[in-house]
Design a protein around this ligand. Structure first.
Ligand SMILES: NC(=O)c1ccc[n+]([C@@H]2O[C@H](COP(=O)([O-])OP(=O)(O)OC[C@H]3O[C@@H](n4cnc5c(N)ncnc54)[C@H](OP(=O)(O)O)[C@@H]3O)[C@@H](O)[C@H]2O)c1
Length: 335
């Protein structure tokens, strides 16, 4: 299979972004669109130059022209739509968060295993160029042993539609948006063993169901400490930029949280300006998925990696209830 015919299931906001990215991968990728409304699917097809439009998700998944499916529906529906695609033997790229909880993820894992199809989670942070740059400096020992990894992601978001619905969300900002940053934190810190989450105790109007701002502390197995400040409701950025840091025994790395620059002050002193190409990792992610489908190989951003990330969010939420560090186990039954 030279060209991969990818059907985007759910014509919403992120579907538009993936469509623009996929255009840069032509002719390796051809897109089609599935919506609950044929008219909407047709609008997307025309706007982004797709090859087919489907008026139902079932029709799209059962169509022999569809080589793989990109699920861009709200995460409360990912299990249902992943089961549908797997039943028709289609490789799957599922938007993050992979599901509301670990039980739903288990349903996806079972369906994928039974069908024997490739499944990947569309966690673009896994593919951010920033991760490669930071790992390069850490692995080379440029700042000695990392002791503290501090990620700051704050901003004021506009929340509406299904994101304002507690049932559809199944959690708060950390689950829906913060899971990106959990993925980044774990890519930098490695295996986690304990998690603590705290939130402000003052009364204020929440922007999202359950929580809109959390501070999460992670103890890694090598002894380092990770900290993530994640908020949809804090204006704490300078010109839209947030700064994060890694403190080591022999120096520090300061970086713009999304990777616009990286300043290494350790054995080696270096300012790296990444520029903007694929800064968010979407293109690298889609390219990887398409290559995996074409070559029939397992994707790096697997369901197992997504399980780890989701389990960490679950442990953070448990810690909000207990007020203590919670042990981190990837098989925790509650999310
Ligand atoms: N990777 C990232 O950076 C990123 C960024 C944003 C969002 N996301 C993730 O992508 C997924 C979709 O987010 P989005 O912002 O694109 O959402 P959205 O704009 O609301 O689009 C979701 C689409 O899902 C379909 N859908 C099916 N059943 C639905 C229901 N009961 N309620 C609402 N929509 C329903 C609709 O498409 P039809 O009407 O065509 O059927 C809708 O347009 C979520 O998992 C989200 O977390 C990822």
């Amino acid at each position: 299979m030279k060209q991969v015919h990818l059907c985007i299931v759910g014509c919403g906001k992120i579907a538009r972004l993936h469509s623009r990215v996929a255009r840069t991968l032509r002719p390796r990728v051809q897109l089609s669109y599935a919506s609950r409304s044929l008219q909407k699917a047709e609008q997307y097809r025309r706007r982004f130059g797709g090859v087919a439009a489907f008026g139902s998700y079932e029709e799209a998944c059962s169509d022999p022209r569809t080589d793989a499916v990109l699920i861009t529906t709200p995460h409360a529906l990912h299990a249902e739509h992943a089961r549908l695609a797997a039943r028709h033997g289609k490789p799957l790229l599922i938007e993050k968060p992979v599901a509301r909880n670990l039980a739903e993820l288990k349903e996806i894992e079972n369906a994928v295993a039974e069908a024997g199809v490739i499944a990947m989670v569309a966690e673009n942070y896994f593919f951010k160029p920033l991760v490669r740059v930071l790992r390069e400096h850490l692995d080379r020992g440029d700042i000695g042993a990392p002791l503290f990894i501090e990620l700051n992601r704050t901003g004021r978001s506009k929340i509406g539609g299904w994101r304002a619905d507690p049932v559809m969300m199944g959690g708060g900002a950390l689950l829906e948006g913060g899971v990106h940053w959990i993925n980044l934190l774990l890519q930098l810190g490695g295996d986690a063993r304990q998690v603590l989450a705290v939130r402000p105790e003052q009364r204020y109007t929440l922007l999202a169901p359950f929580e809109d701002s959390l501070q999460v502390l992670v103890k890694f197995t090598d002894g380092a400490v990770g900290k993530l400040l994640h908020s949809w409701n804090l204006a704490n950025r300078i010109g839209g930029l947030s700064i994060s840091k890694i403190y080591g025994t022999e120096g520090n790395i300061h970086f713009e949280t999304n990777g616009l620059f990286v300043l290494v002050l350790g054995h080696r002193r270096r300012l790296r300006l990444r520029g903007l190409p694929d800064i968010m990792g979407y293109r690298g992610m889609l390219k990887h998925f398409v290559a995996c489908v074409r070559d029939g190989r397992p994707p790096a951003m697997s369901l197992a990696v997504a399980r780890r990330d989701l389990a960490l969010v679950a442990a953070a939420y448990r810690s909000l209830e207990t007020g203590r560090f919670e042990p981190f186990t990837e098989d925790s039954p509650r999310a």
